[in-house]
Design a protein. Structure first.
Length: 203
């Protein structure tokens, strides 16, 4: 998928800001996120490259069950490059922004508590069409419905305690990257096996 230009990203984010504001009728601190996101987008996307960066959060369910390594290994084996990774405790503000699309659901409080039950591990993952690839690897939301072979399908029995979060679009990935990482926490370094991971015309 083509990366967005700065102008396109800005207008998309503007729409998203308005949409979120209208839906929940409250102000979000998205201005800062938008500015940071433009910076990240400029850094990672240029119109000539199909490379994307996406965000994965290894949820408290992954940490408590001791499967961090196994889940991370799946992304590595696929050929995806890890360009950022850290453990952090999610703040109220982070969870509220991150799950703003679920704010009016009766189970919102439960999700919040679940995401703050322990630290999480946030990862920034880079690859061609990686947003879509990682969503496929994660599987559908409900672990009981997720296909065997997917992370949620292999490790999850729950809708809520479903091991991983994965950005659902390139725009969301940009916003989430800025939400969970600072610029110095995202790395650019050569991937020496790149010629064996992709053909020339795929890069
Ligand atoms: N969730 C839940 N109950 C629901 C829907 C969602 O507990 O009925 C939780 C679940 O942990 C999910 C997260 O809220 O991963 C975000 O929901 P979303 O619909 O964005 O699913 P995802 O993108 O994670 O598959
Ligand atoms: Mg989602």
């Amino acid at each position: 998928m083509r990366c967005l230009s700065l102008f396109e990203t800005a207008s998309l984010l503007k729409k998203r800001m308005f949409f979120i504001w209208k839906r929940n009728n409250k102000k979000f601190t998205l201005k800062l996120i938008r500015e940071k996101n433009l910076h990240f987008t400029a850094h990672f996307c240029n119109s000539m490259s199909p490379m994307q960066v996406t965000v994965v959060i290894l949820k408290p369910s992954a940490i408590q069950r001791g499967i961090l390594g196994e889940v991370i290994a799946r992304f590595e084996r696929k050929g995806i490059q890890v360009v950022g990774m850290k453990m952090l405790s999610l703040t109220d503000e982070m969870v509220s922004e991150h799950y703003a699309h679920l704010a009016d659901k009766p189970f919102f409080g439960r999700i919040k508590k679940s995401m703050q039950a322990s630290p999480v591990v946030a990862m920034a993952l880079k690859g061609v069409d990686v947003v879509n690839v990682v969503r496929q690897l994660a599987g559908v939301t409900n672990g009981r419905d997720a296909q065997p072979g997917t992370i949620r399908g292999d490790y999850g029995m729950s809708v809520q305690e479903n091991i991983v979060h994965a950005s659902d679009s390139p725009e969301a990935a940009g916003i989430e990257l800025a939400r969970f990482f600072s610029e110095s926490e995202i790395f650019t370094y050569p991937q020496f096996l790149l010629p064996f991971t992709y053909a020339n015309d795929e890069l």
